[in-house]
Ligand binder design. Structure first.
Ligand code: P6P
Length: 332
């Protein structure tokens, strides 16, 4: 008997008391929105959704048509349900308040509506990343300050990868579960739970073209991997870089590995390329819930106190022993 996402969430709510009804509703709405995004992505050129939208987002990046479509789908799906106070998106400069015509809830939803969008036009896996926080003060109204909570405060986090399969990966703090979209019924079906990342790995993911810009600890770690059996690591390594964080993280959750997008001296004033609130925090919690680790090189990512909604961070995550090694090199 297959277990649907809805049944899994009811069991997390009823049997385990892990999530209240409002959070269950929120996660079901997000999953439904991801199904709509998957449908749009899968149309590709046939849907007239490829290419640039001729606009820029807050990050100064050219937006793809699908970036904007995915953002609109998530906003429209979530704004009326009464479970949210506000939303934040990589594609929007400021937070999105739930319109007054709808009831307000206590949850805050953050998302990168379509991560990896440089891969959209070349048919490589992309995905939606989401993070859920709760308003900390019971007061009325909501502001950006309500969002600025460390990642360890998340109550749910996940992503939906649009690849050969459309798979939703989720944690509510009780391990990591994976749900594959059964297109015939249009429902997400549980295909793996209690995901575990091997503590060791022979596979690293980093954009090697940036090597000359890296800090010494990162350079040392990668050099040692490249030395293979003849070097201090005593084993050969393999390299992967999909340039789509969702796809690289999905591989790591599935078979282990280490993913690195470290600070580099191309833009020394930026702590990294990836965003803390809606990329590193949700992915960091998923990885930790699967037995892995996530650091910025010096600090656990989930302990970082955000100061801005769109702040960036250096990301090193995956197999625990490898992440620990990189962290120790930063300490050294
Ligand atoms: P680069 C996609 O644009 C993204 O934000 C992540 O999904 C991905 O890991 C990274 O940037 C790729 O960056 O510099 O290799 O193109």
């Amino acid at each position: 008997m297959s277990v649907s996402l809805s049944r899994y969430l009811v069991e997390q709510q009823r049997a385990k008391g892990k999530i209240p009804p409002e959070l269950r509703l929120l996660l079901e709405v997000v999953a439904r929105a991801c199904k709509s995004v998957s449908h749009a992505v899968n149309k590709g050129a046939l849907g007239g959704v490829l290419g640039s939208a001729e606009s820029e987002n807050v990050q100064g990046e050219v937006q793809k048509k699908l970036d904007i479509i995915a953002n609109e789908v998530l906003i429209e799906a979530n704004e009326w349900g009464g479970h949210l106070a506000a939303m934040a998106s990589e594609e929007m400069d400021s937070i999105y308040l739930v319109p007054n015509r709808y009831p307000q809830g206590e949850y805050l939803l953050l998302f990168d509506p379509l991560d990896g969008s440089s891969n959209i036009d070349v048919n490589v896996s992309i995905g939606t990343i989401f993070s859920v926080l709760k308003k900390t003060d019971g007061g009325q109204g909501v502001s950006e300050a309500d969002f600025l909570q460390p990642g360890k405060q998340q109550v749910a986090a996940g992503y939906c990868i649009y690849g050969p399969q459309t798979t939703l990966v989720l944690t509510v703090g009780d391990g990591v579960a994976m749900f594959t979209l059964a297109r015939e019924q249009g429902s997400f079906v549980l295909t793996q739970e209690n995901v575990q990342i091997p503590a060791d790995t022979k596979e690293f993911a980093i954009n090697m073209s940036n090597m000359r810009h890296w800090d010494a600890p990162v350079r040392r770690y990668i050099d040692e991997c490249l030395q293979g059996q003849e070097g201090v690591r005593g084993k050969d390594f393999n390299m992967r870089w999909i340039a789509s964080m969702v796809a690289d993280v999905h591989r790591i959750l599935t078979r282990g590995g280490i993913f690195m997008y470290p600070w580099d001296k191309r833009e020394p004033n930026k702590p990294g390329k990836l965003r803390l609130m809606y990329e590193a925090n949700p992915m960091g919690w998923l990885v930790e819930q699967a037995g892995g680790a996530a650091t910025n090189g010096r600090q656990r990512i989930l302990d970082i106190q955000p100061s801005q909604l769109h702040e960036r961070v250096s990301v090193i995550l995956g197999s625990k022993n490898e992440v620990e090694r990189v962290r120790s090199y930063h300490q050294g």
